[in-house]
Design a protein around this ligand. Structure first.
Ligand code: CDP
Length: 211
């Protein structure tokens, strides 16, 4: 049996929390694809803090190891910005494509979350969810999460990061952030996290039952 759930949406919309809850509920394997881009972004920052060169970023993507994805500081705003800059580079996306496709093709259930899962990585996913929320709500959630984890940031800086990445993710020519035509859109702006999770689980249950 193979069953794939594709989850996309803008920064800090709740994709991560919802994906983990779906994976735990159905005992599916989960891949946070944003971590791959964050891993490359972090390496690119170490190389140069100002310029993101295509050839070098492609090489850094090729050299990405599982250990690179475990480090705590992948979650900072700086790394997020760098991730969205290397994510524009087609060669980087090409390198990461096969890993994501293979993950989705493994036996059993899988959940992948990112920006282009329902459109490019898994266009035939069994369920596609597009999780969104207003930029202000998303910035406030991310601000609380970062502060809780000891990062010193201002709400304004987090909002600027969210808006900057939204623009870059939506306007890039390769794999822009966009809801697949057959995606179920869940706007979590006014939903509690419990309600957002139960709405998503319900949507997956409906498709899983008939499979
Ligand atoms: O957690 P958050 O939603 O803030 O970001 P993330 O999912 O960790 O992704 C970080 C950045 O990686 C995004 O802003 C995108 O530019 C890029 N990304 C992408 O281009 N394609 C994906 N499938 C996942 C992430």
């Amino acid at each position: 049996m193979k069953f794939t759930v594709a989850i996309d949406g803008p920064a800090a919309a709740g994709k991560g929390t919802i994906s983990k809850a779906i994976a735990a509920n159905f005992k599916f394997a989960h891949l946070d694809t944003g971590l791959l881009y964050r891993g490359v972004g972090k390496k690119a920052l170490a190389y140069s803090r100002t310029s993101f060169y295509p050839e070098i970023s492609e090489q850094l993507a090729l050299e990405l190891t599982p250990e690179d994805l475990l480090s705590d500081d992948l979650r900072t705003d700086e790394v997020a910005q760098a991730a969205s800059k290397v994510a524009i580079i087609p060669e980087v996306r090409d390198v990461l494509f096969d890993f994501q496709r293979n993950f989705a093709n493994q036996e059993g259930g899988t959940v992948l979350d990112g920006r282009d899962i329902g459109t490019i990585i898994c266009p035939n996913a069994d369920v596609k969810l597009f999780i969104t929320a207003s930029a202000e709500v998303r910035a406030l959630r991310r601000f609380k999460e970062l502060t809780k984890n000891g990062h010193k940031v201002s709400l304004q800086d987090v909002l600027n990061d969210v808006l900057g990445r939204d623009a870059r993710d939506r306007e890039r020519t390769v794999s822009p952030l966009i809801a697949a035509e057959d995606a179920i859109i869940i706007d979590t702006s006014h939903l509690s996290i419990e309600l957002a999770i139960s709405t998503a689980i319900e949507a997956v249950t409906v498709k899983f039952k008939v499979k």
